[in-house]
Design a protein around this ligand. Structure first.
Ligand SMILES: [Cu+2]
Length: 290
């Protein structure tokens, strides 16, 4: 199983690289073409000129849909606000049917400008392509929202938008590469082993999760959204979004492995999410890719 998926991902990587070379637009992440049956990796290029409007030639599922993000009232830091997400197709018609993707119809990722804030939530589906969720922002400033979903029968789409949240802004922090890839979260010690740090190459992210005190490996991780873990990766400027699922979704730890390809060199922040004893831990690492 593990080997078979690895092979698919390698082929996908080669395909992606081929497209990238052919495209003449280094900023673009090609659609990996693997979305239909195999959701190990969804990666999208997000240009700043609109929802999923790519400047370059080739199309991804994201090019065929729009997401409108609106608030019931102006969103203010510290107060719960209701966000509505309306998904429409290119003709402006509401998308009616979505495929369940890791137990949910839509995954919403929210980050702030310096990527110090990360939130992964699941809006409720109403009808006619409308999702709603109540959420709270810790401070004012710019946040980017990523709606990650699969219109029925289509490839995975990720549509994003920067939004301005009213209220006092926090001090921006620098996004700095982690000198050590070991972190402590919720009483666990999590180590990330990265197979290589080259762009346009398959990279395996291997997490090892152990008890911070006893150093015993945790071998009873619980499925989180149907898999041993989820990884979301953003480039420093939040333009490149990559959502990766584990090579072996059934694993229960202490190891959880993910394979991905970074589209270009630069600084990336990687959030791994795992569940143990009912608690979800979110583990961030910042790496530099050559
Ligand atoms: Cu999700």
């Amino acid at each position: 199983m593990l080997i078979r998926k690895g092979t698919i991902l390698t082929l996908t990587g080669i395909l992606a690289f081929g497209l990238l070379t052919a495209c003449d637009n280094a900023k673009q992440v090609p659609d990996t073409g693997g979305h239909g049956g195999n959701h190990e990796q969804e990666s999208e290029s997000e240009e700043t000129n609109g929802h999923g409007e790519h400047a370059g030639g080739h199309e991804t599922a994201s090019d065929h849909y729009n997401a409108a993000f609106t608030w019931n009232e102006p969103a203010r830091a510290g107060a719960e606000s209701e966000l509505t997400i309306q998904i429409t197709d290119k003709d402006g018609e509401p998308v009616q049917d979505f495929d369940v993707n890791h137990e949910k119809l839509l995954h919403l990722i929210i980050v702030n400008r310096d990527l110090s804030f990360f939130n992964h939530i699941h809006p409720d589906y109403k009808e006619n392509g409308v999702f709603t969720v109540n959420t709270t922002f810790p401070a004012g400033g710019e946040y980017k929202l990523f709606a990650d979903f699969i219109p029925k029968g289509a490839g995975g789409a990720t549509l994003s938008e920067w939004v301005q949240i009213e209220g006092e802004e926090g001090e921006p922090s620098l996004i700095q590469t982690d000198a050590s890839l070991i972190k402590h979260v919720n009483g666990k010690e999590i180590e990330l082993n990265i197979s290589n740090t080259l762009s346009n190459e398959e990279v395996v992210l291997a997490y090892h999760i152990q008890d911070a005190k006893t150093k015993q490996g945790i071998n009873n991780l619980e499925p989180y959204l149907g898999a041993v873990g989820h990884v979301v990766i953003l480039s420093e400027d939040a333009e490149q979004y990559i959502h990766v699922h584990p090579l072996d979704e059934q694993s229960t730890g202490p190891k959880a492995e993910f394979a991905t390809t970074f589209p270009h060199s630069g600084i990336y922040k990687i959030w791994g999410q795992f569940q143990h004893q009912g608690e979800v831990m979110t583990v961030p690492f910042v790496v530099e890719i050559k």
